[in-house]
Design a protein around this ligand. Structure first.
Ligand SMILES: *Cc1c(COP(=O)(O)O)cnc(C)c1O
Length: 388
């Protein structure tokens, strides 16, 4: 059950209708600056305390969203960005310096690995060790003198591996290393990493927080105010603030997050159970199934699962593609977290080297179970299985 505190954060926290002519929803602030009565006030404005100035450093609609996310994650401050990747980049920049070493789980979101390998290694002379991460010793063995940051995701969003968050947070603290987690899968309702000792949480709001496939956005949240001041200042310098309209849409998305997530969860669990029994399916990756090798750890850390899951089809990559192409309700697409069901085989184009890196083959299908209900989705999967 979602707590009273969380439900009130989704619906009311951060809002003050009396400030906006008693409007039940806040306005979209479309201004580029705020004006002042005197020079002293202008120079005293602290955007960290929502005293706005020039709008690259902060938008008043975004500030409402930041209060909600901070409350939901039990953080002291959240900072919203134009995209999840902008938030991730800011977290790396705020915690690392030239020559730093990063430990990153090897199942992390692909573009994060591109950012590290193809941009930051060269530009910042960073070094990166990719670890499996299912054992605490994977991290312990990778720590170096100059390790500044550990990048986590749990569950991961292709193979749904779970990381022992409390264990990693404790280990990192002992070595003075910051920890960062992409918590998009669980949303703040199903998992609260800051309470487990993780330093920085990132959400891409493009997925469930937006929830309607109509906005891009990211957010960082932490209990560490000094770090968040740094993050806020970087957002200003990089110009990576989220626009007011997108922040407004994210606020609207949050209002229904709890009810949407319950339906996504219910549907995906039913679909996962159906797939698990299907003779053309070799393996289902979903932390809600008791057959998941880390089911107990997932139950300890997560209050639930969302609509995203994967499975390995019993067939080669062409058969897998044929199956995905045969789906009618599930559309083929790369994102997730919206109302619509999606299917994709990321591994279709992967080289043997890429597959070996994660220990899989080319026959992985990822499904996002949207809001069409389990009956329509299972019927759709059934007719697609019949075609292979
Ligand atoms: C989509 C996604 C991101 C990136 O979010 P953007 O808002 O597109 O930058 C990061 N992490 C995960 C797990 C994602 O699925």
């Amino acid at each position: 059950m979602t707590s009273k505190k969380d439900l009130l954060a989704l619906t009311h926290v951060g809002e003050d209708p009396h400030k906006y002519m008693n409007s039940v929803t806040p306005p979209v602030f479309m201004n580029t600056l705020h004006i002042f009565d005197c020079m002293a006030d202008y120079y005293a404005a602290d955007v960290f305390e929502d005293e706005f100035c020039y709008c690259r450093s902060g938008n008043a609609t975004g500030a409402i969203l930041e209060k909600k996310i901070a409350a939901l994650e039990n953080g002291s401050r959240a900072v919203v960005f134009s995209a999840g990747m902008a938030a991730c980049t800011a977290a790396i920049m705020a915690t690392c310096k030239a020559g730093s070493h990063i430990i990153c789980i090897k199942e992390s979101y692909g573009p994060v690995q591109h950012l590290l390998d193809d941009v930051l290694k060269e530009k910042m002379n960073l070094s990166v060790t990719y670890v499996d991460g299912k054992k605490l010793s994977d991290f312990e063995e990778a720590i170096q003198e100059n390790t500044s940051l550990i990048i986590l995701e749990s569950p991961t969003t292709l193979l749904f591996s779970v990381i022992d968050l409390e264990g990693v947070a404790k280990l990192a603290k002992e070595h003075g290393i910051k920890t960062y987690i992409d918590n998009t899968y669980s949303t703040p309702l199903f998992q609260k990493p800051l309470d487990m000792g993780i330093d920085i949480v990132m959400h891409t709001m493009t997925k469930y927080i937006g929830g309607h496939s109509d906005l891009l956005g990211g957010v960082l949240v932490s209990k560490d105010e000094e770090l968040m001041r740094k993050v806020l200042s970087q957002r200003d310098l990089f110009g990576s603030l989220q626009g007011g309209m997108e922040s407004w849409l994210a606020i609207r998305g949050l209002r229904t997050l709890d009810v949407r997530l319950r339906r996504h969860h219910e549907t995906a669990l039913e679909v996962a159970k159906y797939l698990e029994k299907h003779p053309k399916v070799k393996h289902v990756y979903y932390t809600g199934l008791e057959s998941h090798p880390q089911y107990e750890l997932a139950r300890k850390q997560q209050k639930g699962e969302c609509g995203l899951l994967s499975f390995e089809l019993d067939g080669d990559k062409e058969t897998t593609a044929k199956f995905v192409d045969a789906l009618k309700v599930f559309e083929r697409g790369a994102s997730w977290g919206g109302f619509e069901s999606l299917a994709i085989s990321y591994t279709y184009s992967w080289t043997k080297e890429q597959c070996d890196f994660l220990g899989i083959n080319n026959s992985i299908v990822r499904l996002h179970c949207g809001l069409e209900g389990a009956e329509a989705l299972i019927e759709d999967l059934e007719q697609a299985f019949a075609q292979i």
